[in-house]
Design a protein around this ligand. Structure first.
Ligand SMILES: Nc1ncnc2c1ncn2[C@@H]1O[C@H](COP(=O)(O)OP(=O)(O)OP(=O)(O)O)[C@@H](O)[C@H]1O
Length: 347
């Protein structure tokens, strides 16, 4: 039986690019890339997180790199279970697992079956109660929105695998949409561009680096160029090129037109009363993609409504789960969560 006052509270942001874990009273105890390296022959987990990220693109055939979540859905359930087990195994639990609540923030694309499977992993670790909440809702909370008010707020979460847009009011998502044009897609488009313009094949990490270093959506004062290194696709020899901010902006603008279309679709389905709120409250942008230069200006120019980037875009979801702890404890006190094993699975 969970004791509302003393129960340990643990939350996880299961992102496509990054996984974060928070323990009440301890803070964020895990914040690493969602990458895992397996031995192809033995299927043993070699390493994960930052260690695996550093290996990416530099391994031999005997190593299989796995991202448990791809494009916002669980692509490898076994790896996802391994990852959860690894994180849970590292947690310093002050209380017993039995008296703990585990909150998993998942992308909206994760199916009911996959959610149940993830819950079972946490339950097998001995967790007392396992809850699942949508990433977009947690991101809104973490971005400083009072989601409980009967007031429409538009959240745009540009992650690694998916871009999620949602209108939130009175504590719940009213309308939402998702698209696979997000960080990984932008990196891939940058790779394709460099390949076709300069005949150079560059790695994913290099392309990601270009995006972070000189990516923008509107011209900015300190525009510059940077050197990229890769392999000549004709000769096979190492080759370098100088890429400008303008070139990368054009690549990104192409990808962002789909995000704009998604927002238009969402606004078209938004109830009129909430549309009025959105006019005033504008767009709140979070997720790692929110860090692309001049993203606010880009959306203000298109939609003519306010747009603001969350203070700490990469941490919005985990910050939201921290704030949600209060709601979870209140619901526990009010007996709103089922007490028996069978019904708890339906949450
Ligand atoms: N400074 C930056 N400029 C542009 N993009 C960035 C920057 N920093 C991180 N990113 C991108 O943000 C993405 C990761 O964001 P985030 O951690 O919010 O995703 P996620 O939650 O793991 O993914 P998802 O929400 O799709 O499950 C990556 O594609 C990364 O390249």
């Amino acid at each position: 039986m969970i004791k509302p006052d003393s129960a340990a509270f643990i939350s996880l942001d299961l992102g496509t690019s990054n996984i974060l874990a928070y323990v009440a009273g301890q803070g964020v105890v895990y914040n690493q890339p969602s990458l895992m390296a397996y031995d192809v022959n033995t299927n043993e987990l070699i390493c994960l997180g930052i260690e695996a990220y550093e290996m990416a693109g530099k391994t031999h055939e005997g190593i299989r790199m796995v991202t448990p979540l791809v494009d916002g859905v669980i692509a490898d359930l076994e790896a996802a279970s391994d990852l959860l087990k690894h994180i849970f195994g590292r947690l310093q639990m002050m209380n017993s697992w039995k008296n703990s609540v585990v909150l998993l923030a998942c992308p909206s694309g994760v199916t009911e079956l996959e959610r149940e499977a993830l819950k079972m992993v946490a339950k097998d670790m001995g967790a007392g109660l396992v809850l699942i909440e949508e990433e977009a809702k947690m991101a809104a909370l973490g971005a400083g929105i009072n989601i409980d008010l009967p007031m429409g707020n538009l959240v745009l979460d540009i992650g690694g695998g998916t871009t999620d847009v949602a209108i939130i009011s009175a504590g719940e998502i009213v309308v939402s949409k998702s698209l696979k044009n997000a960080g990984n897609f932008f990196d891939e488009e940058i790779r394709k561009y460099i390949r076709s313009e300069y005949n150079i094949s560059v790695g994913r990490k290099s392309a990601e680096n270009v995006k972070k270093e000189i990516g923008s959506l509107v011209k900015y004062p300190a525009e510059r160029a940077m050197q990229v290194y890769g392999r000549d696709i004709v000769s096979g020899l190492p080759k370098e090129a100088r890429i400008t901010s303008e070139e990368i902006r054009n690549v990104l603008l192409n990808s962002f037109s789909k995000i704009t279309d998604l927002l238009i679709e969402l606004l078209e389905e938004t109830p009129p009363e909430l549309a009025g709120d959105i006019m005033r409250n504008g767009i709140t942008i979070c997720g790692g993609g929110a860090m692309i230069r001049n993203i606010e200006r880009y959306f203000i120019d298109i939609f003519q409504i306010p747009a603001r980037t969350a203070k700490d875009p990469l941490n919005c979801v985990i910050d939201g789960t921290k704030l949600f702890e209060k709601t979870v404890r209140r619901r526990l006190e009010n007996g709103l969560y089922p007490k028996d094993e069978k019904s708890f699975l339906s949450f």
